[in-house]
Design a protein around this ligand. Structure first.
Ligand SMILES: [Zn+2]
Length: 385
């Protein structure tokens, strides 16, 4: 049996015949390839029998459905703002397997039907809508399931970088199960405003570290990226967003808003910046200013050892961390309201540096003073970056 007769016996259409040799020559479509094969077969007097696309034993005319699929995708995405798209498809496994078997009989030079289908649907969609392709990072990924005639979408999140300040104590950074939905969090104050403008379904805040609930975030602020999932609007007016958040006056304000990326989330989460804290001290007996000053000087440039504090030990593994204190100074007040300013490495537990946490932080201010002393109020006043 000749080659062409053998090809004929597969009952393929012109497109699927051409696709058996998709990797031979570049500037042809599979249909053009199929036509050339047909022509050649005729020349050799062994005319290949080609099926109509609808009668094709492999594709069953699925390519004729492309306008219908494209129209449906456009309709379902009508409410979404996007400029780039990537379309993929899935076919029944046994169909793909059969195609591979046919192609391997003729030298394994073909490409899978789903690859051509995705490409042709993408091209058609792009011409229909003017949307560009993006293989790396499309605004919307579309997956067409040919077997079940279903279409799925993945809408890329909208990521906005910014810096926040928190001027009121008692606001957690993110929403936790243990807080009620009505509790203000940095995340919800920013996220709800973004959701209103971007019309997404949910939001999440990725912070460059976090301060405790009772600690204020002052000074130059903390970096964050807020993520809005399934946004309908991508071109959110960031000046307006900033204004809306700041006008709430709920203790959280933002600045420097701009578009961000997944890479930036990773980057800000990995950053290890030194931070400056201001701590108001509290002690049972009066603190002697001179002694405080002297002990503060001892901490300058010193490395301290901190076991995981008792107050967070339920959520973090118990280990010992080394942290460097760059500088520690004290401002004494005659009424006993002493204020400590501490510049320390990222991740230093300041409350424990003062209290000693039952000997879990060494050395500590309490240990060096030989008396109980605690932080009454704490603020982050500068993040060095
Ligand atoms: Zn076909």
């Amino acid at each position: 049996m000749g080659l062409f007769t053998e090809l004929s016996s597969e009952n393929l259409c012109v497109r699927c015949t051409g696709r058996v040799f998709a990797n031979v020559g570049h500037s042809l479509t599979n249909t053009e390839r199929g036509n050339r094969i047909f022509f050649t077969s005729k020349c050799f007097g062994e005319e290949i029998l080609l099926k109509e696309e609808k009668e094709c034993s492999l594709c069953s005319g699925i390519f004729l459905e492309i306008p219908k699929y494209a129209g449906e995708i456009r309709k379902r995405l009508a409410d979404y703002e996007y400029s780039t798209v990537l379309i993929g498809s899935s076919f029944p496994k046994d169909l793909l397997k059969r195609e591979e078997e046919i192609q391997s009989k003729f030298g394994g030079l073909g490409e899978p039907v789903k690859k051509e289908f995705s490409r042709e649907l993408g091209k058609f969609y792009s011409e229909l809508t003017g949307k560009d392709f993006d293989r790396e990072d499309p605004d919307i990924m579309v997956k067409v399931n040919v077997e079940y005639m279903s279409i799925d979408f993945q809408i890329k999140s909208l990521l906005i970088y910014g810096v926040y300040n928190k001027t009121i104590r008692g606001i957690p950074q993110t929403r936790w199960i243990k807080y009620s939905e009505k509790t203000d969090t940095v995340e919800s104050i920013i996220g709800e405003q973004l959701m209103a403008l971007g019309k997404g379904t949910d939001f999440a805040l990725h912070g460059a570290g976090r301060e405790d609930v009772d600690v204020r975030m002052l000074g130059n602020g903390r970096e964050f990226v807020i993520e809005l999932t399934q946004p309908k609007i991508r071109s959110v007016n960031l000046m307006k967003l900033e204004e809306n958040i700041n006008n709430l006056n709920r203790g959280v304000s933002v600045s420097s808003l701009r578009q961000s990326s997944r890479e930036e989330i990773k980057k800000i989460k990995d950053e290890k910046h030194y931070k400056t804290y201001v701590a108001r001290l509290q002690s049972g007996e009066p603190l002697q200013c001179e002694k405080l000053r002297e002990i503060c000087r001892e901490f300058n440039g010193k490395v301290i050892y901190q076991r995981t504090p008792l107050r967070v030990s339920s959520s973090r593994s118990d280990r010992i961390r080394e942290r460097r204190i760059a500088e520690m100074t004290v401002e004494c007040s005659p009424d006993g309201d002493h204020i400590l300013t501490i510049e320390a490495e990222a991740g230093t537990y300041i409350k424990e540096l003062v209290s000693g946490d039952d000997g879990r932080t060494k050395p500590s201010l309490a240990e060096r003073l030989g008396m109980d002393v605690k932080v009454r109020e704490l603020d982050v006043v500068m993040i060095k970056r």
